[in-house]
Design a protein around this ligand. Structure first.
Ligand SMILES: Nc1ncnc2c1ncn2[C@@H]1O[C@H](COP(=O)(O)OP(=O)(O)OP(=O)(O)O)[C@@H](O)[C@H]1O
Ligand SMILES: [Mg+2]
Length: 457
């Protein structure tokens, strides 16, 4: 079994287990929660006796009694006996499915009652210093709703951890472990949107001889695997939610714009989409709120759908606007919601602030990867590069881009060269001379860390 990265998550989880703290894990479908739990089990064994229960494989109390090897008469005894296994670290994957089975009990009947009982026995377990219970769920909406409302008292007992996108470098490693050569592995990493399940889908197609781009095109086209997957998700939404997703996918991110293009007040539908984890919100000011679609491939699929009033984008355009390293960098710059200061790759200070707009510019022979405007209409201009370490030419390109923007009448505040795999010596020398600031993987992660988000660097 191939497993890459997730070092930080594993270390954090191991610490929590050592301190007997209970954990609730959630994250998008396919993001790698179950794989992470299996790996955690491996790393905790043999020091700990770990029991993993998959909620989807439990359909009756009998299944539970088989797993714990004790007789069970009803849901109450199932919970009490399971939680009395103090020496075991108990992991319940897809716990809402597990709770649903328990809630079919005549006496309990509701999920709330299951949660109440669960909490009761959990507290007793804590008093006896029993080992951690780890719950895991993929339906973010359910997890949040549960955590906030009905089951609030239960979930106060848990440390909540979100499993986010895998970094580009990890997906690169994943693709290479499947035998994909470097160039295609790099492309796969960019097209996967940081989701290992999507990466594997692309990898499987590439292994049959397609390029990663062809693979993605196939997967997103009618009756491709991802098309089926996203269609089902889309059909579960109501008409207002669908409209909003289409709008955001077409670049209408600001609340103002969404409102202007909606038939009724979009606030409720936006909230629901956000609660379900389908979109996230960036609040840059009192009257400046922007939204973005969380799952980058879902966004790509939305852009690929023909909407009479909004048109349809072809795969190449989608890759430029939503997937790929450049698009990721722009997403990161859009997510900046307050002033932060970082040090560039050669230790010079760089201040970043919320930007009014962030986009790429393509006009005739001019191609600028990233232009961001501050409130005072000052520009940050960046050349963005993915692949081998950037050379001197890239620094010069960044400077040319900045000049173009100045010729258009703007002041450039900063000129950046952003290269995931770093820079060669000549590039560094040129950058020192010319005040072009350098950002690589480390700096991008630092920005994510400071903002408390994970775009996937
Ligand atoms: N760190 C990793 N290294 C290698 N492969 C991984 C990793 N994480 C996930 N995968 C692979 O990606 C796919 C999806 O992962 P997984 O099933 O763990 O996701 P999940 O979050 O549990 O999804 P769901 O919500 O559908 O249960 C699986 O094929 C898994 O093996
Ligand atoms: Mg899973």
């Amino acid at each position: 079994m191939i497993f890459v990265d997730r070092r930080e998550e594993l270390e954090a989880l191991k610490k929590l287990v050592e301190n007997k703290i209970h954990v609730l894990i959630y994250g998008l479908r396919g993001i790698g929660k179950s794989a992470l739990l299996r790996k955690l089990k491996d790393e905790l064994s043999p020091r700990y006796d770990v029991l993993i229960i998959d909620g989807y494989r439990i359909s009756s109390l009998r299944d539970i009694s088989d797993i714990i090897g004790m007789d069970i008469v009803d849901s109450k005894s199932a919970i009490s006996k399971l939680l009395s296994l103090d020496e075991k670290v108990i992991i319940i994957d897809e716990f809402s499915a597990f709770f649903e089975v328990l809630s079919r009990d005549e006496e309990l009947r509701s999920g709330e009652n299951v949660a109440r009982l669960f909490r009761h026995y959990l507290q007793e377990r804590r008093e006896r210093s029993g080992n951690s219970i780890i719950l895991c769920g993929s339906n973010i909406g359910v997890v949040r709703r549960i955590a906030m409302r009905y089951f609030a008292p239960l979930f106060r007992e848990f440390k909540i951890i979100r499993v986010g996108n895998m970094p580009l470098s990890s997906i690169l490693e994943l693709a290479q472990s499947y035998g994909i050569e470097r160039e295609y592995a790099l492309e796969t990493a960019q097209l996967s949107g940081g989701n290992p399940l999507y990466a594997i889908k692309i990898i499987e197609e590439v292994l049959t001889g397609k390029t990663p781009q062809e693979a993605l095109e196939r997967l997103l086209s009618p009756s491709g695997d991802l098309d089926i997957y996203f269609s089902v998700l889309f059909e579960s939404l109501d008409v207002d939610e669908r409209r909003i997703l289409y709008l955001i996918s077409r670049g209408f991110r600001r609340y103002k714009e969404i409102k202007a293009k909606s038939f009724k007040d979009p606030a409720a539908a936006l909230r629901k989409l956000e609660l379900n984890g389908l979109i996230y919100r960036v609040r840059k000011g009192k009257k400046f709120v922007e939204y973005e679609i969380t799952d980058r491939l879902f966004k790509a699929w939305l852009q690929h759908q023909e909407v009479p009033s909004l048109g349809k984008k072809d795969i190449k355009t989608i890759i430029i606007t939503s997937l790929g390293f450049e698009a990721l960098v722009r997403e990161l710059f859009r997510a900046i919601n307050r002033e932060i200061t970082i040090r560039d790759a050669i230790n010079r200070e760089l201040k970043l602030e919320p930007f009014i707009s962030v986009y790429n510019l393509k006009r005739g022979a001019i191609e600028i990867d990233l232009v961001a405007f501050t409130r005072n209409q000052e520009a940050i201009v960046a050349e963005v590069h993915f692949g081998e370490p950037a050379g001197r030419k890239k620094v010069l390109q960044a400077i040319r881009s900045a000049k173009t923007i100045e010729e258009m009448g703007y002041r450039t505040k900063e000129t950046l060269l952003i290269s995931y795999f770093g820079f060669n010596k000549e590039a560094v020398k040129e950058a020192e001379k010319t005040e072009v600031k350098l950002l690589k993987e480390e700096q991008l992660r630092e920005i994510e860390r400071k903002l408390g988000i994970s775009i996937g660097f």
